[in-house]
Write a protein that binds this ligand. Structure first.
Ligand code: SF4
Ligand code: SF4
Length: 212
């Protein structure tokens, strides 16, 4: 028998904060992409078939906020596509392959939930840096097209400008902490594809015995 769960709903102020963080990411991305000279126009690739795992309950809840705003037919179609994605990705993983399957939210090449798309969808492409909580610095080279541009324009990849993701990630961690509050220690770590987040339904908190 499955345990009772209580849906995690993003309160309006956290939803707004997350939207602001996403907005700042977009602005930072646009500025850096312009500096490097990267544009997705005419790219032979579509990054929406890349296999990414997502890690926060707040993004999961925000994704569901967007799904609920769609009309029912559209949402059912997306759920159906997500179920196929999950099945196919598991089969590919079982064959030791990194899945390459179009995201169930991609509609004829465009994101069908643009305002609610995930952090990774907004940051992939440009060079970026990040300082982890343990102090370790990381550098991401950007997508293959960006790396080609950087190779032509700069003596070394490290000479290219890079967006520092750290302050925005910290803000997102703060939103996550406030969303989960004192239940944080009860929650398993999120490690899901967008398709799995759709198939599983909105995120939920386990309900303690005393509250049932
Ligand atoms: S992020 Fe890079 S690889 Fe992806 S569509 Fe844009 S240019 Fe192409
Ligand atoms: S959520 Fe949107 S942008 Fe992100 S992978 Fe899916 S279709 Fe692409």
């Amino acid at each position: 028998m499955s345990r009772p769960h209580k849906e995690i709903v993003l309160p309006a102020e956290l939803s707004k904060e997350l939207a602001d963080i996403y907005g700042a990411m977009e602005a930072g991305y646009d500025q850096l992409a312009a500096e490097v000279g990267l544009t997705c126009n005419g790219c032979p690739d579509n990054c929406c078939d890349s296999y990414f795992l997502h890690h926060t309950y707040c993004e999961w809840a925000y994704l569901w906020q967007g799904l609920r705003e769609l009309d029912k037919q559209q949402r059912l179609l997306i759920v159906e596509r997500a179920e196929k994605y999950v099945e196919e990705s598991r089969a590919q993983l079982a064959r030791q392959q990194r899945p390459q399957i179009m995201c169930p939210l991609n509609m004829e090449g465009l994101c069908g939930l643009y305002k609610h798309r995930m952090l990774v969808c907004r940051m992939h492409g440009i060079p970026a840096t990040m300082t982890r909580p343990d102090g370790q610095s990381m550098r991401f080279p950007g997508c293959f097209r960006c790396q080609e541009i950087v190779k032509e324009k700069y003596d070394s990849p490290d000479d290219a400008p890079a967006m520092d993701r750290t302050p925005l990630f910290r803000k997102m961690v703060a939103v996550e902490s406030r969303l989960l509050g004192d239940k944080r220690h009860l929650m398993p770590r999120v490690k899901l594809t967008i398709a799995e987040m759709i198939v599983q339904g909105p995120p939920a908190l386990p309900v303690p015995h005393c509250e049932r």
